[in-house]
Design a protein around this ligand. Sequence first.
Ligand SMILES: Cc1ncc(COP(=O)(O)O)c(C=O)c1O
Length: 383
Amino acid sequence: MDQTSYIEISKSAYNHNIKYLRNTIGSDIRFSSVVKGNAYGHGVDIIVPLAEKAKINHFSVFSASEALDVFNAASPKSDIMIMGYLSDDQLAWAIEKNIEFYIFNVERLQKAIDLAKAIKKPARIHIEVETGFNRTGIEYENMSEVVNLITDNQKHLILEGLCTHYAGAESVTNYYRIINQIKDYRRFYQYLTRHNLKPRFRHTAGSAASLTYPQTIMDMVRIGISQYGFWPTKETYIYQFKRNQAKDSDLKRVITWKTRVMSIKEVDPGEFVGYGSSFMANKTMKVAIIPVGYTNGFSRSLSNMGRVLIRGKRVPVVGTVTMNTMSVNVTDIPNVEIGDEVVLVGKQKRLAISIASFSEMSNQLNYQTLARLPSNIPRHVVY
Ligand SMILES: Cc1ncc(COP(=O)(O)O)c(C=O)c1O
């Protein structure tokens, strides 16, 4: 093993979040765990079994390769849904393996029908409709063609769902846009039911919509970021906090990312630390070298900005984050030694580095910071 850092995934925090979300969303609603982007950096092979133990048996991903990762980690009883890209070959594979997938244009629907006929297995489809996100989704004017194709090919299709995605339910700025999307979605649903088609699951909501627009919950929710213990935005948190009268509005961070001090050295006043001249010692300094750089997911934009925890103290990054290392100022930490634990994200003694503060500093979203954590960092479950 040549990895220089490692990730701990807290089972108790994960279970706590699922319990909180189930209580808030409703225990009879189907919970699809969104595990795209390597389970938002947490590791599909770790999160899928944890989710199954928490009685989740539906997983959402973006692509066929992500679906394969879930397929390999999940029990055969779980369902997998691909919300995004599939080539024609992969479409055939998905039908073979009973994997559900989105249909967002008529061509793909026709292709799925042709393949299902050839394979002699029904395609499990979710019709994604365009309600105002303006990404993927079937337009209202194409619905008659969709309805005719489904009606004429009932034997080859299972209409698993009717779905859409909201354009920013995490911010009140988008309130009218979301309300219009909800109305538009209903129009599509009524169109289907008027033509005697009833999807098994109506689903539209991710974390933010589920937590702030209860009417979007319907039959199933697709929950990503909040199961990992992060609020989509501060607004979502405040909404929950107020609604629950400040009780029980806590999600717990599931991930902790750690490494160890690799080397320590003294730097004389007037000397620069690392590449270039971005940091000059103004007195005799003690600097610890940490074996994590931007290739390991620690953004270069945290140069002279980031913080890590050593011996329970918050210490600043000095100089530029390089490909494989960064330097931190440990001048004021007595007895710091090579091999000391360094927390990059998570808690040490009484302090914590959250992904939020980490990402705010590097001006990235939680989502992006997490999804960028390389998949080859070893991950293991802790209680
Ligand atoms: C279509 C779709 N549904 C659900 C989600 C989950 O969203 P969140 O992580 O905010 O819960 C995503 C994430 O981007 C998505 O693209």
